[in-house]
Design a protein around this ligand. Structure first.
Ligand SMILES: Nc1ncnc2c1ncn2[C@@H]1O[C@H](COP(=O)(O)OP(=O)(O)OP(=O)(O)O)[C@@H](O)[C@H]1O
Ligand SMILES: [Mg+2]
Length: 263
């Protein structure tokens, strides 16, 4: 099972949209996809019609002292080949509750390992803050995608995430492959064009060669509870995510060389 995490400590940059739509594309291709919601807001969980206020068991219960098997928390969705490991709002209290309990950084990784024969791919949607859930996501994934909104001061918002990554890299045996995905790109605005240029200058090969365009159909699709890539595979936004997925699969998660990194 291939595992991607989608994270950025900045909010509203397209993390959930990226998770849902890459998941939709993989499902279209017949892969058994697990979407993991690690955001206490439960946007991804709500997207597929579950209520993060009430859902149980959820990711939260994987952190119990005597956790239930991960498979009891997995829910099938109405979309063929897509299942969800949902978030509940109780996740917001997790950092405080766990205090210093050791070994809590590998909970999600262990859960995914237990589920690995049932799925071909997993995508982890992260909360926009650093904490035990983000640490779990970074430990569980083969490759990290960092969506960055192409707007004024895009680089500034990215610094915290890159700093977090630096810390994680120091604690890993093999470096984590990661890639910046420019999102909400509007080619008609100077802010978008400049942000893209700045990203490429600062991060070079780390930046995916394409960009996900602004497409109002993403919001429409979310109202229907469907990935746009499933509802309208030929929408502009869907085509951009398809190019992203093809590039990800082609490179097989090989990390761009780490020398020349900016950080
Ligand atoms: N390419 C796009 N074009 C148009 N709208 C988009 C695009 N990507 C995301 N959106 C919209 O922008 C909003 C924020 O996107 P999303 O929820 O994916 O961001 P996020 O990074 O997960 O946010 P949060 O940090 O709050 O979890 C949503 O309403 C979504 O529908
Ligand atoms: Mg989100």
């Amino acid at each position: 099972m291939k595992v991607w995490a989608v994270a950025n400590q900045k909010g509203g940059v397209g993390k959930t949209t990226t998770t849902v739509n890459l998941g939709g594309l993989l499902a279209n291709r017949g892969q058994r996809v697990l979407l993991v919601d690690l955001d206490p807001h439960g946007s991804l969980t709500s997207y597929f019609g579950f209520d993060p206020e009430t859902i149980a068991p959820s990711v939260y219960h994987l952190f119990d002292v005597q956790p239930k098997p991960a498979e009891t928390a997995v829910r099938a969705t109405e979309i063929a080949n897509i299942s969800v490991l949902p978030a509940s709002t109780a996740l917001a209290t997790l950092d405080r509750q766990l205090g210093g309990r050791v070994g809590m950084g590998l909970v999600v990784r262990n859960a995914l390992q237990a589920l690995s024969s049932q799925f071909d791919a997993a995508l982890i949607d992260c909360p926009p803050m650093l904490g035990v859930l983000m640490v779990n996501a970074l430990a569980a994934c083969d490759e990290l995608l960092v969506p960055v909104q192409t707007e004024f001061l895009a680089l500034k918002g990215l610094e915290r995430m890159v700093h977090t990554l630096d810390m994680v890299q120091r604690s890993r045996k093999t470096p984590l492959a990661w890639r910046i995905v420019p999102t909400l790109f509007d080619r008609r605005t100077r802010a978008s064009l400049e942000a893209l240029r700045e990203l490429r200058t600062a991060y070079g090969d780390r930046v995916w060669g394409g960009a996900i365009p602004v497409d109002t159909q993403f919001r429409e699709a979310s109202r229907h509870g469907l990935p746009l890539t499933v509802e309208q595979p030929w929408a502009r936004g869907s085509q951009a995510y398809r190019r992203l997925l093809d590039d990800l699969l082609e490179s097989g998660g090989a990390a761009p060389r780490s020398d020349g990194d900016v950080g």
